[in-house]
Design a protein around this ligand. Structure first.
Ligand SMILES: Nc1nc2c(ncn2[C@@H]2O[C@H](COP(=O)(O)OP(=O)(O)OP(=O)(O)O)[C@@H](O)[C@H]2O)c(=O)[nH]1
Ligand SMILES: [Mg+2]
Length: 216
């Protein structure tokens, strides 16, 4: 029984990776840069996408976002209200997007209209890790309000992502969290090879640096 379960899981992940590769090739064919944002519920993924998109529009880039959530259209609505083109992508019951759901969203879009696509994954620090979607960068966003132990508790998502961001540094004192502890944990986990970037979407601290880190 145990062996069968492992085999099924392997097939699902293999199939996902195949579709993710095809998403990646499709996006490259249209010369689109794609950034996936994963991270905890409420860490500020939607707020960060809206803020980055504002910056990029000023540079003349054409932006769209895929708003991933279990149910509802709240994030898509916020994105659209900010002037950003956005496609809603509900998983129904699942705790993460998969490459096939993203493929369906991409199929519904006119890809010649965009230079950059943001994909917001479902708020979760566990499930999205194993399911690449075909983006250029996988970014994980956590925030000071989650405490200082997220890196110690969730190795996989940090190891499966290219860039890590600690948001809401404007309220780190108020919630009694020292950003340096989280950054040190991350450095230790990644063997000193990568640093975590800090920002506040609210005060815009660190946003310009993120634009350049993400190659935008
Ligand atoms: N103080 C402060 N609040 C922030 C910051 N960034 C986001 N918020 C607030 O945090 C709350 C959650 O932000 P969202 O952007 O909805 O977070 P999310 O990660 O998209 O949440 P889910 O989609 O539900 O997983 C909102 O009330 C934001 O206004 C920040 O840098 N500082
Ligand atoms: Mg959101």
């Amino acid at each position: 029984m145990h062996i069968v379960q492992v085999g099924m899981e392997y097939d699902v992940l293999k199939e996902n990776n195949k579709i993710a590769n095809s998403n990646y090739r499709l996006l490259k064919k249209h010369d689109i840069r794609t950034i996936e944002l994963m991270g905890s519920i409420g860490s500020g993924k939607t707020a960060l996408i809206i803020k980055l998109a504002e910056r990029l529009r000023k540079k003349g880039l054409r932006i769209c976002a895929i708003a991933g959530d279990v149910t509802g259209e709240d994030d898509q609505r916020r994105m659209k209200e900010s002037g950003l083109d956005a496609v809603n992508c509900n998983t129904g019951h699942e705790c993460h997007l998969d490459a096939n759901l993203v493929k369906k969203s991409l199929d519904s879009m006119d890809l010649d209209r965009y230079d950059v696509i943001f994909i917001e994954n479902v708020g979760n620090l566990v499930c999205p890790a194993d399911f690449p979607l075909g983006a250029d960068y996988r970014v994980v966003v956590i925030s000071t309000t989650e405490g200082d132990d997220m890196v110690r508790k969730h190795h996989d998502i940090f190891l499966h992502s290219d860039v890590a961001i600690l948001n809401k540094i404007d309220i780190s004192d108020a919630v009694g969290v020292d950003p340096e502890i989280i950054k040190e944990d991350y450095k230790r986990l990644t063997g000193g090879l990568k640093s975590m970037y800090t920002c506040s979407v609210k005060t815009e601290d660190g946003i310009d640096e993120l634009v350049s880190v993400l190659g935008l």
